[in-house]
Ligand binder design. Structure first.
Ligand code: NAD
Ligand code: UDX
Length: 426
């Protein structure tokens, strides 16, 4: 059993802490958010994440997982400290390293001799050095161990990774860290810190590229009369391409792709390389938000000014309560700018959303349909498949639906009298 501290109890930190406790390690997880820690101490998980509540309760009941707001105290005597604090986008596009630096400065004097600090946050190349300087502890090795989990399946992804990446100056410390993951069956890529940090950004950039690519192909399909679902199927069977991340939609969003693509563009720029390809990927994504809104307006008869538009889904994808950089929220903002009266429903959103004061937040999907001239299905929640579309049609001013996720069957909707548009489907 190894003693471990995890700083940050968000999607990455809490998942890391709960899974490492599940492996049998003694883990203490901290956060500066006192309310969050108070809830966790009582076994209440403050985020929507499948399997996480069960793992947290398991760790609390067998005593392997504990929570605290005291970073200095938490790192006392531990062999590994994982940094899982935010690295949000700064106004310049670069990753904001202030949370990492503050955490490192705080724990430096309290770390055990020859312990290891692990950067799990997504950080620019050179960040292990930044942490080393902030720690002021030459006896402590700083390693990079980027995290590739997705929100909504964070626990599953942590327990079944495609690979584990470790960036370390010394092989001995890499071996020590890799021993923590012995329970996992995955290739371990041991490399230098700069390469490990670059792998993380490149992976997110590549996945964002794949989604932008299929969204661009969807636009092409609409122009030439092809069906993007068939095209994606035919592409995905090619093992060099693969079927994943070829679902067209309203554009990618979330807490990672937008900030990490922006950061990688800046990292490249700072190093003297113009990453024009990635800038194009971002531009296609911004166009995609506008394309789906334009289609909704078309379905509304050309204008949404002073008319009700119902929006189904606010989170950036299904399976999470996270609305950071959500395309659905972006769509709502566009609609409001066009003068629409927006009613929205999301199964995980119960409280009014900061910054969306003009939106009427509904507690059930049918309330969002009342008086609407068009419905915009923005997030692919499964429950939207099973709506009573007869009822939806009866509640709306006119039955029209923009399916930004290709979730529904157009033929079925048309039988209910809907005008229906999707993405890349003729
Ligand atoms: P998050 O916002 O959900 O959680 C971060 C937590 O850290 C917050 O609860 C915050 O209060 C806490 N915190 C801030 N300063 C702290 C400090 N000094 N000590 C202790 N706690 C502190 O963020 P997240 O989504 O878990 O992301 C964390 C990092 O992991 C980011 O760098 C992100 O890019 C990266 N990452 C995120 C994902 C993802 O899907 N969310 C996946 C891979 C990597
Ligand atoms: C992503 C990476 O997948 C993960 O490896 C990394 O650790 C964190 O960033 P996440 O942000 O949870 O994970 O979401 P992801 O499932 O990758 O989706 C990102 C965005 O792309 C969402 O808006 C999603 O709806 C969109 N998307 C994804 C598509 O539009 N089509 C797809 O085929 C896949």
């Amino acid at each position: 059993m190894t003693r471990i501290a995890v700083l940050g109890a968000g999607y990455v930190g809490l998942t890391t802490a709960a899974c490492l406790a599940h492996f049998g390690h003694q883990v203490i997880c901290t956060d500066v958010n006192e309310e969050r820690i108070a809830a966790l101490v009582n076994g209440v998980v403050p985020i929507v994440e499948a399997e996480l509540p069960e793992l947290v309760r398991e760790g609390l009941s067998n005593g392997l997982l504990s929570f605290s707001t005291d970073n200095a105290d938490a790192v006392h005597g531990v062999e590994f400290t994982f940094l899982c604090v935010p690295t949000p986008q700064s106004p310049s596009g670069r990753a904001d390293m202030s949370y990492i630096e503050a955490a490192a400065r705080e724990i430096g004097p309290h770390l055990a001799r020859e312990s290891i600090v692990v950067n799990k946050s997504t950080v620019p190349v050179g960040s292990t050095k930044v942490v080393e300087r902030a720690l002021r502890r030459p006896d402590v090795a700083v390693l990079s161990n980027p995290e590739f989990l997705r929100e909504g399946s964070a626990v599953h992804d942590f327990l079944h990774p495609d690979r584990i990446v470790i960036g370390a100056e010394s092989e001995a410390s890499a071996v020590r860290l890799s021993a923590l993951f012995l329970r996992l069956s995955a290739p371990v890529v041991v490399t230098d810190p700069a390469s490990a940090e670059t792998i993380k950004y490149a992976a997110n950039a590549f996945l964002a590229t794949k989604v932008s690519f299929i969204n661009a192909v969807a636009a092409l399909c609409e122009a030439v009369g092809a069906d993007v679902r068939q095209v994606a199927l035919g592409l995905g069977y090619d093992r060099r391409i693969g079927p994943e991340f070829l679902r067209p939609g309203p554009g990618w969003g979330g807490s990672c792709f937008p900030k990490d693509t922006a950061a990688l563009i800046r990292i490249a720029e700072d190093a003297g390389y113009d990453f024009g390809l990635l800038a194009g990927v971002v531009a296609v994504n911004e166009e995609q938000h506008q394309r789906v809104v334009a289609k909704a307006v078309e379905l509304a008869g050309g204008s949404v000014q002073d008319r009700v538009v119902g929006v189904l889904g606010l989170t950036f994808k299904a399976g999470t309560d996270d609305m950071r950089n959500s395309p659905a929220v972006e769509i709502v903002r566009h609609l409001i700018r066009l003068g629409a009266i927006v009613k929205a429903y999301d199964p995980t959103v119960r409280e009014p959303v900061a910054g969306l004061d003009d939106v009427e937040l509904c507690q059930d999907p049918y309330a969002a349909c009342e008086g609407a001239v068009v419905m915009v299905l923005a997030t692919e929640w499964d429950e939207f498949r099973w709506l009573d579309f007869d009822k939806v049609s009866g509640l709306m001013e006119r039955p029209a639906l923009m399916d930004c996720r290709n979730l529904l069957e157009g033929a079925m909707l048309r039988r209910f009298g809907f005008e229906y548009k999707a993405v890349g489907i003729p």
